[in-house]
Design a protein around this ligand. Structure first.
Ligand code: GTR
Length: 425
């Protein structure tokens, strides 16, 4: 009983703290305190980066290392795919427009075994299809009405309204996320879709005993070290392993894989694109704090808030910057710059103040300096566009009306962006 009372009090304190933090959240432009951003083309010793070679050989590796050590954490070792098992295929999926393949990537080490389930639709009329690779939030079967999609057996956060009970999905949860996945449109536009549930790689909860992390523990270790990966880096690692598979699949054009993610999975897509240059295009949908949005601009969610609500997403070192964003020698525009010269799309939503749309835009704008150094356009505008007016250079950006979410409108812009960079060549 005592234990229960203690837990009860503790949860009240945590909730109070969370509310107190929300009250301090800045959501008015005039209230944003001044901040100073590091210049992406100034070396950490003060020198200037003036050639593409200096960027590639010196500045890029230094920035990548800082993000690795201080923000997302490093991958502690190598774990390759141990086995691929194809569960089923079909030649007449998506109203006969696509092929379907469902397969699992198995990772095995000692008595550990992790299974990552992948769903792939490819347009029938393409020889080697360019694809969008994107994690889903609640299982592959939630993205589409197709009754053949296998139900995930993994742990999923409870949501009875979506048919997720006792952390297990049910038949009732089929297609519950399909609004965010206009699959027929994607296929008709000539793209494949490769999707997987992010919780297969690491369940999204404050627990380091599950998912991929324990594969690398030494004796008695129970969590990653302070400079080692949090869940975002683990999820990004998972995307790279799918890429390992895609490179071997003869039906996929592995040189045209656009990695896409929404919100926490947008943060993940950006980190995957930064750490793995095989991704030819990176798309961040409303990724916000720790994603595209600038950290030093403390509008909406802040480093302290995110590290408090999700203490396992980033590496422990990132907590040093709670309320001390000024101490960061990097900011998120430098993360976006790591994607250069590859096409990058950053998207915001007007009512998604929590993710700081303006901070996402500015980040894309300041990353453009690197694209320019590499002879590319970067973002084609200097001022933030009005709502529903996408701009597309080598960096694309839009702010659409509406709230936080991945919508058909967003996808339409990503398809146009992919057409521009993958097809008009
Ligand atoms: C929120 C979190 C955001 C964003 C979002 C999501 O609770 O504060 O950073 O990642 O979750 O993933 O939907």
């Amino acid at each position: 009983m005592k234990g229960f009372a203690f837990l009860f009090l503790l949860s009240i304190l945590i909730l109070q703290n969370a509310f107190a933090q929300r009250e301090n959240v800045i959501s008015e432009e005039s209230k944003v305190p001044e901040y100073q951003l590091p210049d992406v083309l100034t070396r950490f010793n003060g020198g200037k980066v003036s050639t593409a070679k200096d960027w590639v050989k010196k500045q890029r590796p230094d920035i990548l290392k800082l993000f690795t050590d201080e923000v997302y954490g490093k991958v502690p070792g190598i774990q390759k795919i141990s086995e691929v098992k194809v569960w089923e295929t079909s030649d007449n999926a998506v109203n006969d427009l696509a092929t379907r393949k469902q397969f699992s990537l198995f990772f095995k080490k000692g008595n550990r075994n992790l299974e990552v389930n992948v769903l792939m639709y490819l347009p029938k009329n393409a020889q080697k299809a360019p694809v969008f690779l994107a994690y889903n939030f609640t299982g592959n079967h939630t993205v589409y009405t197709d009754p053949n999609i296998r139900l995930t057996e993994s742990w999923v956060a409870n949501d009875p309204s979506l048919g997720i009970i006792n952390n297990q999905v049910t038949e009732q949860s089929r297609a519950t996320a399909s609004n965010g996945w206009p699959i027929e449109k994607i296929i008709r536009s000539g793209y494949g879709l490769v999707t997987l549930y992010y919780g297969d790689v690491d369940p999204d909860k404050n627990d380091f005993s599950d998912g991929i992390e324990p594969f690398f523990y030494t004796k008695n270790q129970i969590k990653p070290r302070s400079n080692e990966w949090g869940s975002i880096a683990a999820w990004a690692w998972g995307l790279s392993r799918v890429m390992d598979y895609l490179e071997k699949d003869p039906d996929v054009d592995a040189k045209k894989v656009a990695v896409l993610g929404h919100s926490r999975l947008g943060k993940t897509a950006l980190w995957a694109g930064a750490t793995d240059q095989r991704f030819a295009m990176v798309i961040s949908n409303e990724s916000g704090c720790g994603g595209a949005a600038l950290s030093k601009r403390t509008y909406g969610e802040t480093v302290e808030i995110i590290n408090t609500s999700f203490p396992y997403w980033f590496c422990d070192n990132f907590k040093k910057y709670n309320n001390r964003e000024d101490l960061l020698s990097i900011d998120q525009h430098m993360l976006l710059a790591l994607i250069a010269p590859r096409p990058l799309y950053v998207a915001s939503a007007e009512d998604d103040k929590w993710a700081d749309p303006r901070g996402e835009f500015l980040s894309a704008k300041y990353a453009s300096a690197v694209y320019k150094l590499l002879g590319l356009e970067g973002l084609p505008v200097k001022e933030m566009p009005v709502v529903n007016q996408p701009v597309m250079g080598t960096i694309g950006y839009h702010i659409r009306t509406g709230k936080h979410g991945l919508t058909t409108y967003d996808w339409e812009q990503y398809i146009r962006f992919a057409d521009k960079h993958f097809k008009e060549k």
